[in-house]
Write a protein that binds this ligand. Structure first.
Ligand SMILES: NC(=O)c1ccc[n+]([C@@H]2O[C@H](COP(=O)([O-])OP(=O)(O)OC[C@H]3O[C@@H](n4cnc5c(N)ncnc54)[C@H](O)[C@@H]3O)[C@@H](O)[C@H]2O)c1
Ligand SMILES: [Zn+2]
Length: 359
């Protein structure tokens, strides 16, 4: 089992990561002196597949749990669902000293984290992620929130967890589609670090067939990088570096998610966004050709056909400018070196988008 510290002064917390480590949770829970009353928020799929083992594990350390099940999917990451969770918390007389545990995907983590940040002005929050995307990315860093009907992630708060507990054994039940979504966020780290790139390049097929040892290594490498970035720039105040580079692929990604009415999942949309930023970097001549080819080849090995022909270039460009007055990009210069910029000519955006939409 690995322990990765996220150093944030009084808000520091550990990430525990391993395979088949659920039995270790009671000891960790006790040693961190976490609350003996807790609420578990999970979606219906995770409840069906994995909830029993979590509840019985928590019972071993005498934690009394309330279960709140929400429907799965991005559409339910909303104030309406948050409101239903508040009602359940009030009904079961939960207080601000009880823990709220997000058990599941990135959607569950963002939604439950937002409730934990706001219910009775803030409850202790625990992340037990069960998707590759959530283990690699969303369970760490304290960004919580819900979507507004006209803007994704528009309502939210920073609320760091007290503990992140990632058991890659949970990933064994994921569909290939969800593994591909996790790869969207993981490949981002490959743009940022040569060794992560080389690891992903060597093991992409092992990841796709859910080799749990390899998945553990992917999560470990990405978490180690993210923990450092969060420690240095917790609230993304550094717009030219720091945590902001994790927005790689997200400028277009978020527009695609919204315009597809969430038929494209977050990680899939990020994969497409990564391709676009690579094309822009090539068009403006900042990425070295050999690195362009290596990054493009890695992205092409992921068995994912986005069917982009159905998107209108005009609608995408309009969305990019309306949601985000000056669209910001994170562009690769070489593998392991990126820049952030807001000054990409609209003609370059338009022509590279045309090329992208052919795929
Ligand atoms: N807070 C952050 O820093 C951050 C970072 C990246 C992404 N996000 C957010 O994360 C969300 C996407 O996350 P996602 O792809 O994990 O969620 P998702 O809900 O889109 O997809 C996960 C799907 O897999 C199912 N599932 C979960 N665990 C499973 C398991 N072990 N076995 C089988 N099925 C399982 C879920 O029920 C769901 O249907 C987006 O809303 C995105 O905005 C947040
Ligand atoms: Zn993301």
């Amino acid at each position: 089992m690995h322990v990765i510290p996220v150093e944030l002064g009084t808000r520091s917390y550990p990430i525990f990561l391993g395979c088949n480590i659920i039995d270790r949770l009671p000891k960790i829970y006790r040693s961190l002196k976490l609350p003996l009353r807790a609420v578990i928020v999970c979606d219906a799929n995770v409840a069906r597949l994995h909830l029993k083992v979590l509840v019985s594990t928590l019972r071993q350390c005498t934690v009394a749990t309330t279960i709140i099940t929400v429907p799965a999917g991005e559409k339910h990451k909303s104030l309406e669902t948050a409101n239903k969770i508040y009602s359940e918390l009030i009904k079961h007389r939960h207080t601000r000293t009880d823990a709220l545990i997000a058990f599941g995907s990135g959607v569950t983590g963002d939604l439950a984290g937002f409730v934990a940040a706001t219910f009775r002005r803030g409850m202790p929050f625990i992340q037990i992620p069960t998707t590759l995307l959530a283990q690699v990315e969303s369970a760490i860093g304290g960004k919580t929130g819900v979507n507004h009907p006209s803007s994704k992630n528009a309502v939210g708060a920073f609320h760091q967890p007290k503990l992140v507990f990632s058991d890659v054994q949970f990933l064994s039940t994921l569909s290939r589609r969800e593994i591909i979504c996790g790869l969207g966020e993981a490949i981002k780290y490959g743009y940022l670090d040569k060794k992560v790139f080389a690891f992903l390049d060597r093991h992409i097929e092992d990841i796709l067939r859910k080799d749990l040892d390899i998945l553990e290594e992917v999560v470990l490498r990405c978490n180690a990088m993210k923990a450092t970035m969060i420690s240095e720039d917790e609230r993304e105040t550094d717009t030219t570096g720091g945590r902001a580079v994790l927005n790689l692929g997200h400028t277009l990604g978020q527009a695609l998610e919204v315009l597809s009415n969430f038929r494209l999942h977050h990680g899939e949309a990020v994969l497409i966004g990564l391709r676009w930023e690579l094309l822009i970097a090539q068009r403006v001549g900042i990425v070295q050709e050999k690195d362009f080819a290596r990054l493009w080849r890695l992205l092409s090995r992921i068995p994912f056909k986005p069917g982009l022909q159905r998107f209108s270039r005009a609608a995408l460009l309009k969305h990019l400018y309306s949601d985000n007055t000056k669209a910001r990009f994170v562009l690769p210069r070489s593998i392991g070196d990126v820049i952030t910029t807001a000054s990409i000519d609209k003609k370059v955006m338009s022509s590279t988008l045309k090329e992208l939409l052919k795929h």
